[in-house]
Design a protein around this ligand. Structure first.
Ligand code: FES
Ligand code: FES
Length: 212
C-alpha cells in the first residue's frame, strides 16, 4: 500500500516505535493488508487518549482458538510474544528481517494477513490470531499446506509459513485465482531460495483441490 505524503510527514514528526509500528506495520503488511485497519487505528487514536503503559503487562491472546497469556513489555511485538513469551512457544511465524520487509512472520489477525513483527502484542489482544499451526496439522493439513508438500514448494522453509498463511487467506477471498493474481497476492512475501515458481504452482493446485 502506498502511504500518502501526509502520512509519511506525520510519522517523521513522531518517531516513537509504537507510532512506527502502527503506521508502517499496517502499511507494510503486504498485499493483503486492509486499508481500513489503518483508518480504524487512526480513528481510535483520535477519539481516545490511550493510557500510557510501562513496565510489563499481562496480555491475553487468542492464538489458534486458544487463550494464551503472556507477560510482556508494551513495546513487545506480536512475533516476539508468540515465539519467546508463550509456553509452549508458537514458532511457525519466523523472525527474519524484523522490519516488515520479508513476510516470514505473517499471521492472520481476524483473517487478514499482517506482519507480526510490526504489530504490538498489546494491540492484538482483541483479535483472533491464526498462525500456520492453526491452519492445519501434519495429519490433517489444509489444502495449501498439502499442496506445498505435493509440489515441493520449499527449500530452506523459512519463508514457507508466511507464504502458506498469506495464500490460505487469499484463497478464501478468491477461490479461483489466476497465476497473475496469485503472484500479486504474494508480493509481500519473499523467498530467498527462489522457490517462487513452485510456491505459485502450489497455490493454484490448492485452489483446484479445494474446488474438487
Ligand atoms: S520478519 Fe516480519 S516482515 Fe520479515
Ligand atoms: S524456501 Fe528458503 S527462503 Fe523460501
Amino acid at each position: 500500500m502506498t502511504k500518502s505524503r501526509d502520512d509519511r510527514e506525520e510519522l517523521k514528526h513522531d518517531p516513537g516505535r509504537r507510532k512506527f509500528l502502527k503506521g508502517v506495520g499496517i502499511a507494510g503488511a503486504g498485499a493483503a493488508i486492509a486499508d481500513h485497519l489503518w483508518t480504524e487505528a487512526e480513528a481510535k487514536e483520535k477519539v481516545s487518549t490511550p493510557e500510557s503503559l510501562s513496565g510489563s503487562v499481562k496480555v491475553v491472546l487468542d492464538v489458534n482458538g486458544q487463550k494464551r497469556e503472556a507477560q510482556v513489555e508494551p513495546r513487545t511485538t506480536l512475533l516476539n510474544t508468540l515465539r519467546n513469551h508463550l509456553e509452549p512457544a508458537v514458532t511457525g511465524p519466523k523472525l527474519v528481517c524484523d522490519v516488515g520487509t520479508c513476510g516470514a512472520c505473517t499471521v492472520l489477525l481476524d483473517g487478514k494477513p499482517v506482519y507480526s513483527c510490526l504489530v504490538l502484542a498489546v494491540d492484538a489482544t482483541n483479535k483472533k490470531i491464526t498462525t500456520v499451526e492453526g491452519l492445519g496439522t501434519p495429519e490433517n493439513p489444509n489444502a495449501v499446506q498439502a499442496a506445498f508438500v505435493e509440489n515441493d514448494a520449499l527449500m530452506c522453509g523459512f519463508c514457507t509459513p508466511g507464504f502458506v498463511t498469506t495464500i490460505s487467506a487469499y484463497l478464501k477471498k478468491n477461490p479461483n485465482p489466476s497465476m497473475a493474481e496469485v503472484r500479486e497476492a504474494c508480493k509481500g512475501n519473499f523467498c530467498r531460495c527462489g522457490t517462487y515458481p513452485r510456491v505459485f504452482e502450489a497455490a493454484l493446485a490448492a485452489a483446484k483441490s479445494s474446488q474438487a
